[in-house]
Design a binder for this molecule. Sequence first.
Ligand SMILES: [Zn+2]
Length: 574
Amino acid sequence: MCSASAVEAWVSGTWTHSHNHSSLTPPNWLPIGPNEKKGKGREIPEAAERTKDSAGGLNMENLLLQLQRRLFPLLGLLLSFLFVFLSRSSPKVSDRSECSLLPHSHYWIASNRIVTTQGVVSGAVEVKEGKIASVVKGEDWKGDSRTKQIIDYGDAVVMPGLVDVHVHLDDPGRTEWEGFPSGTKAAAAGGITTLIDMPLNSFPSTVSSETLRLKTEAATDNIYVDVGFWGGLVPENAFNATSLEALLSAGALGLKSFMCPSGINDFPMTNASHIKAGLAVLAKYKRPLLVHAEMEQDAQANYLEDGMNNDPRSYSTYLRTRPPSWEEAAIRELLTVSGDTAPGGPAEGAHLHVVHLSDAASSLQLLKEAKGSGHSVTVETCPHYLAFSSEEIEDGDTRFKCSPPIRDAANREILWKAVLEGDIDMLSSDHSPSVPELKLREEGNFLKAWGGISSLQFVLPVTWSHGRKYGVSLEQVALWWSERPAKLSGQESKGSIAVRKQADIVVWEPDVEFFLNEDHPTYLKHPSISAYMGTKLTGKVLATFVRGNLVYGDGKHASAACGATLLSKVPVDV
Ligand SMILES: [Zn+2]
């Protein structure tokens, strides 16, 4: 195991970054913030000191001199007080020291591997007031930056921060499952700079403008990365355009619905007519509908026929209860309404996004056909479908239970091919934790255990560790994890390293391996339920910047949770 830790050293105005250096010593630059602030305050005793200097003389010249000598220090004292007062009352200065591990608002991030929209370049990214001010290739930036702050990450990769469009943080209402503070700390430590929270598994579900308000209130001051929210499309609001419009006007980035029971009582499933009605409203707002595409075909019992191994501790038993035909049936049904989103269709402007595709056969083929017909459709899959296969899952290991289920190794190969060839557009975590008790680890009953993979902090190294075998490039990782998900969620100012974009950046070392065990710093509320625990991964996150704030660096988080809640604005023509 290699526990390389990033060590930054302040060297004549430049942070150099030393790799392969194992140390737990805090980086030298961390204390700069407080010192710098105090430095301004030191003018006070200096000014007071000078008031002792005075020489007497009775002529006018002396009097003036004396006045000058007495008044100037007093003026200095006054100015010092004013300065200290202003720096304390200015939110920008005081906030930065808590929101960011870096005390500067204008600095450069240098690296030999910066993943930009124009390819991987060597050079530096100039960050100013939370945005990317310039991206300079080669050595040119060095002249410009002589007087500025530089963090040189050497060969570490500087990439756009991940945008995870599928996360269940269960807040408010089920914070014992995860919650905004632990979930977003884990996201920051994993290089995720923006996540979009799902409308279910929290309580109440986010299906109205009132429940969206509860979400944003729960998130405010509790998030370490930026967080947006999907609203829920459920039978209760699907035919109520006023209610849906209120939810979208309140800032929901889009809607999410289920075509099978969600497992959450206040989030019932929808059918094609609900979805058609939802798309018509979404079209006005130009926002997407995300769909869990599985449809029950037969009663679960039909798959558990006599003579088969029906042991509920066996993964193959669970796998038989949710065959690929469930996904295929749901997608066939979706395609009866997805044509509405095509140019000239009744829901032009809306978009349909199929979440967590697992079936790489017929379901994938149907989606390709819909895209080919001009329907506005995209699809995601998740790292667990790309990392694991049903053959490897041991009896009773319910950490691997999710729906749709993880299928066999042959299916995984085709999923990878689809991701590499662009038939699957993007990746998301579908981080869906619960309390350990609901995972029924002791009993190991796959049929009764809570379904959901806990993964948020590890998706970047998981994607990279497995993707490397398929020759995945850094640009592809950025496309699947940043650029396309930012577009889906309407975050035009995020998702790539380019001028004027927000400075949402992850710095990571793609060659550093680590063993994910109890000793590994993990910020999820219940790391023990993660299917990735006990595995070896490649790709270590060194630093995460959100809108220019260094929110995670060298194993530490910024002291304050300064993530923003991302609410969509109503288009002007609505
Ligand atoms: Zn989900």
